[in-house]
Design a protein around this ligand. Structure first.
Ligand SMILES: [Zn+2]
Length: 195
């Protein structure tokens, strides 16, 4: 039977949420990299009770029922879902790279002005010609018709209200992008803290 998390992936490719020393999420990594951080003593694995374990202790414990494991010479090694870094890594201003594709994902593949879901392009809310930069707050997904109609105007000037204010994406969006359908229940307390 295939574990629902796997969905055709290698067990070492499953996502692991990395927290800094202050228990704030800093990134999502693969189990492969998580094991390397754990083995290199740069991080500890959190169990279901959020109890941190270094590699030796992690390897010595019996895997929890239903958890993914990898086979090692020492027996079955549980794949951690949460990793706690030993350092206070800074919390990234945004955990996601600003790109066309990611702006579309954040905006639900819909035009922010009319809601159309096709023929999309990227609109600068404050036009580039007027000093509008490329930022999460100034880029939105927009259909070509609205883009043309808006021209070199702001939404206010064009009388084209936005259905949603563009903001930096939350961790929920980040998780969708990494291909995890639902955030793992173990992750939720940490994700809520950062929005
Ligand atoms: Zn539109």
């Amino acid at each position: 039977m295939t574990h629902p998390l796997l969905r055709g992936k290698d067990v070492l490719d499953v996502p692991v949420l990395v927290l800094n020393r202050g228990y704030q999420p800093v990134r999502i990594t693969s189990a492969r990299h998580a094991f390397s951080l754990l083995y290199g003593d740069r991080a500890q694995a959190l169990d279901r009770d959020y109890e941190p374990h270094d590699f030796e202790r992690w390897a010595a414990r019996d895997p929890e029922e239903g958890e993914l494991t990898v086979r090692t010479v020492g027996g079955a090694l549980e794949v951690p879902r949460l990793l706690l870094l030993r350092v206070y890594d800074r919390v990234p201003r945004t955990p996601l790279r600003l790109s066309r594709r990611n702006v579309f994902v954040r905006d639900g593949h819909q035009c922010v002005y009319c809601g159309k879901g096709s023929d999309l392009t990227i609109d600068h809310v404050l036009p580039r010609s007027r000093g509008g930069g490329s930022s999460w707050e100034n880029l939105v997904s927009c259909c070509r018709d609205c883009n043309l109609e808006k021209g070199h105007r702001t939404p206010e000037e064009a009388d084209m209200p936005m259905r949603r204010r563009p903001v930096r994406p939350t961790w929920t969006v980040v998780i969708q992008l990494t291909g995890v359908k639902n955030p793992l229940p173990d992750w939720e307390p940490f994700l809520q803290a950062t929005g």
